[in-house]
Design a protein around this ligand. Structure first.
Ligand code: PMP
Length: 403
């Protein structure tokens, strides 16, 4: 037998872009937390027991009957026309300004691809959605972190920053943010839209959770405010992303962008290079579900997450030692815990795992570091009993770390 040839040095061949990518800190943690005896508040998964399984089965059948082989054929990059029409009508904009995406994760990647040149300044919340950082990272942005508090982005700090720092893009999750569960205050939204318009900064508004409000009053989206400010869909500087992942099911990977025509046209070109189009049948299935199943499903999910959030906050109040703070989300899937200074949540994770409870440490959500004493808890896919036991175990872990 001839000796095996030495393997090429693959890693030396990676592009400059690929070298900027790094393994998601969360994914590594999730591997550990998937053991069956661990109560995991770490994953950000929608509750699978609430998925409308039968309705999806019937919708697939209906779509195959309605469209025949066309349901399984290649289709247009822009997306299934009735789906774009429905989204456009709901937003009060032409369907031409709606681009269907394979998950809003693809929207983030392709928006990054068409907008970020190496060294461009991108403003992000501190903390922000880790998946957005992962999407943008290969394109070589220079991140600037925006300070946040319980009302979301500190717009006074933004105003000050923009006086001295020219920025290309601002990325924000204004509703029930991943990771903090916080919502951007209504007054601040107006100010943010005006400031970014005045300074020529494009805004990516990422809104997968907006429909999942379980308390408080809804605020207008940045996109709606941008439309009001600009007076025309083609002059709106807000690029809005949303998704059926959290309201319906994530596995169909159906999401969309609302934006001015030049952005949509460039996204079409980028998407042709990425995947040609979002799977035809999946778009048709979602379209079948829009009128009846989607509103019902949103109600079901809202109610369940509202109960789970309340249960988690109740137990946190009873079980966590003084000096530990938590956000009080009005919707979505996450809450954010701040431990007393000096406790490192990454180091504490091992002790939590030994008590069979898992969370995600907060620091990976900061583009430029920080937040060592913070952590994210997800309540979306835990049972009341798991929430009670898990929070008690986490309370013990924190107390031990304080000793
Ligand atoms: N943006 C945010 C803020 C998210 O939390 C997620 C999912 N965790 C996504 C985008 C991606 O969602 P999807 O690709 O399923 O639409």
């Amino acid at each position: 037998m001839t000796p095996a040839r030495p393997a090429p040095d693959f890693t030396a061949l990676f592009s400059a872009r690929a070298r900027r990518m790094n393994a998601s800190a969360i994914r590594e943690i999730l591997k550990v937390t998937q053991q069956p005896d661990i109560i995991s508040f770490a994953g950000g998964l929608p509750a699978p027991e609430l998925f409308p399984l039968e309705e999806v089965r019937r919708a697939a059948d209906a779509a195959l009957t309605r469209y025949g082989p066309a349901a399984l054929q290649y289709s247009t990059t822009e997306g299934h026309p009735p789906l774009r029409e429905w989204i456009g009508a709901r937003a009060g904009i032409p369907a031409a300004n709606v681009q269907i995406m394979t998950g809003s994760q693809q929207a983030l990647d392709l928006l990054g691809k068409i907008l970020i040149s190496e060294g461009d300044t991108v403003l992000v919340e501190a903390p922000t959605y880790l998946g957005a950082l992962q999407s943008f990272q290969p394109y070589g942005p220079r991140y600037v972190q925006l300070p946040t508090d319980d009302g979301g982005i500190d717009v006074d700090a933004l105003a000050e920053l923009l006086q001295t720092t020219p920025a290309k893009l601002l990325y924000a999750v204004p509703n029930f943010q991943n990771p903090t569960g916080r919502t951007l205050d209504a007054q601040r939204r107006r100010r943010l839209v005006e400031l970014t318009a005045q300074y020529g900064v494009l805004v990516i508004e990422d809104d997968p959770y907006g429909q999942l409000r379980f308390s408080g009053e809804p605020a207008p989206s940045l996109y709606e405010l941008g439309l009001e400010y600009a007076g025309d869909v083609e002059a709106n500087h807000i690029l809005y992303c949303s998704s059926f992942s959290k309201t319906l099911v994530p596995g169909l990977r159906d999401a969309w962008v609302q934006a001015a025509a030049p952005i949509v046209s460039k996204l079409v070109q980028a998407k042709q290079g990425a995947d040609l189009h979002t799977p035809t049948l999946n778009q048709m299935i979602v379209t079948e579900l829009l009128d009846e199943v989607l509103p019902r499903q949103i109600e079901t999910v809202r109610r369940a997450y509202g109960q789970r959030a309340a249960a988690m906050l109740g137990h946190i109040g009873e079980q966590f030692p003084g000096g530990v703070q938590s956000t009080r989300p009005e919707g979505g899937m996450f809450l954010w815990v701040t431990l007393p200074e000096g406790i490192d949540s990454t180091r504490m994770l091992e002790r939590a795992l030994s008590r069979n409870v898992a969370y995600v440490p907060g620091s990976p959500f900061f583009a430029l570091g920080g937040g060592e004493n913070t952590l994210r808890l997800s309540y979306s896919s835990a049972t009341p009993e798991q929430i009670e036991r898990g929070i008690a175990a986490l309370g013990e872990t924190i107390r031990e770390a304080l000793d």
